[in-house]
Design a protein around this ligand. Sequence first.
Ligand code: BES
Ligand code: MN
Ligand code: ZN
Length: 496
Amino acid sequence: MEIKIASGAPLEKKTPCLILGVFEGKPKTPLLKDLDRHLGGSLSRAFRDKEFSGKQREKLLLHPSSALAAERILLIGLGKEKGAGAERIRQALGAATGFLQERSLSNFAVDLASLAVRNLTLEALTQHVVEAILLAGYRFLRYRTENPDELPVALSKLAILVAKKNQVKEAGHGATIAQAICRGVYLARDLVNEPGNAKSPDFLARQARSIADETGMKCTILEKPDLEKEQMGALLGVAQGSIREPRLIILEYHGDNNHSRPIALVGKGVVFDAGGISLKPAEKMDEMKMDMAGGAAVLGTLLSAALLSLPVNLVGIIPAVENMPSGSAIRPGDILTSKAGKTIEIINTDAEGRLILADALSYAKRFDPRVVIDLATLTGACIIALGHHATAILGNHEGLIRQLLKAGEQSGERLWQLPLWDDYATQLKSEVADLKNVGGRPAGTITAAAFLQKFAGDFTWAHLDIAGTAWEDKGRPYIPKGASGTGVRLLVQYLR
Ligand code: BES
Ligand code: MN
Ligand code: ZN
């Protein structure tokens, strides 16, 4: 999509559609009064007859005929002005974009002044507006070869309107930031939406390599013999049921010339999770192509960080495997020796994510990271606990958790903390090995994190369980059905 920033009076802008924000109960701003006059009073009649009152996500499409430069005007409700913030803006612009896209309108203009909310700079406001539009306009259409007229139109042109010439630059910055972030989210969504047959661990590795080539990052790919040399018995154990060989993907971004210790981002990369010998039921098994969403978020975050030239050092680590049942698969009762030397009794082969992450966390030690954050679609229990509205966060450092919670609020990718008291670890005790890979039904998300904690050692570490947030069933204003790309916006905000 081509994005331009323009200054001047919004009602003089020639465009197929002009989007104006309206707060609930505020129908008489100077701009709306002016518009009403041009429309011969039809706007005040619409307010009077309660056709439109500015409630959140409410829409009114006007056709001003020749009265104005714009061919159409879309009023979008922002809700009550009190308490409005970044998320309200994203919701509104997401809803507006969906509405216009359904009507095959792909070229529109947005008046920023009508969207101004307290405590948001013009740069931030522009960022949220552009972000919401780009994210709402995303579709995964690679495999739709028939009836092109039934497909949603791709966004073509966006004009961002500011009042004064000297605001163009600041708004331009906001738009550039949004575009860099959305490239990372698009990448993550594309990878997660890609079907399992198209995405082997090697496919993910090649994707990482091409991002590295584009941005000048260092990319290291470990193949099976390398993983054997590294003694990654837990990762290799999960991988041994699939004919597609595992990879460990390592991306390094150097944005800080002072050689500061890096932040390590570790993402679960199970390209398909059938459950292994502890096979999953058929219902919704197709969705388990999304089990590499943590890895996708790590790739997306590194891409965005590089595009934004963020002044930090990062290392992304993605253990990539497929979890399949077969004659060569691991069995319940097997004992694996992890890279850290700890032995693990396999109770359920479907608790595979923690196994590959354990070895990836051990691998991270060589980078001497100052912070380690892992992301994983780790437990169904997380969906039971928090539904689809929050990512679970657990960790061993309250300061890091607080920073991430704040980044969650700011980015709209919200987190909720669960406790990680020592008491939970007793559920992982094994008779025959150092620990077992399942802690029973109670507190499944917490015992999974407690398992990871044993491999996080003395890292400053946080774990994000994105099982409930990585995949969108119904479609939201700026998250279409399918992969959400969750984690990218959160982590870029944290890093910024
Ligand atoms: N990838 C799944 C978790 C998952 C479930 C993610 C639903 C997204 C939606 C994970 O590998 C898994 O199977 N976890 C098991 C663990 C159990 C065997 C202890 C689960 O949650 O059932
Ligand atoms: Mn599983
Ligand atoms: Zn899994």
